[in-house]
Design a protein around this ligand. Structure first.
Ligand code: AMP
Ligand code: ZN
Length: 113
């Protein structure tokens, strides 16, 4: 989609530190990391947020994010990791191409801010 930052990264028009690719998603490092490990997993097909995705596509996105976390050594039996899907501006979404944040490498508080 024109004027979408993450579509431009997927198309290779804007550089990013790519860490994984699947048939349906791309994982790259967050430019402003909030934890020692912080990357984003985005579906190749544009949607604004989770509510525009099919259950199958949303499930595949979570599965790809989980696999990437495991591949980077983030282990729930140890320090664990956190997946975040901000959906809507009021929930903190700033880039309107659905994405999963994968955060790890430190302890996290609950509830989040
Ligand atoms: P959200 O606030 O949930 O929409 O998350 C958007 C995320 O995209 C933020 O954590 C930003 O730091 C990140 N971000 C913005 N621009 C870029 C970029 N060019 N490359 C990688 N991550 C980015
Ligand atoms: Zn997009």
């Amino acid at each position: 989609m024109a004027d979408c930052l993450f579509c431009s990264i997927i198309a290779g028009q804007i550089p990013a530190e790519i860490i994984a690719r699947t048939q349906s998603s791309l994982a790259f490092k967050d430019i402003d990391p909030k934890a020692p490990v912080h990357f984003l997993v985005v579906p190749l097909e544009h949607s604004e947020n989770l509510t525009q995705m099919s259950a199958q596509a949303a499930g595949q996105l979570i599965s790809d994010a989980t696999q990437a976390a495991k591949d980077l050594g983030l282990d729930p039996a140890e320090q664990g990791f956190r997946l975040v899907l901000n959906s809507g501006a009021g929930a903190g979404q700033t880039v309107f191409h659905t994405h999963v944040h994968v955060l790890g490498g430190r302890d996290f508080l609950w509830p989040p801010g």
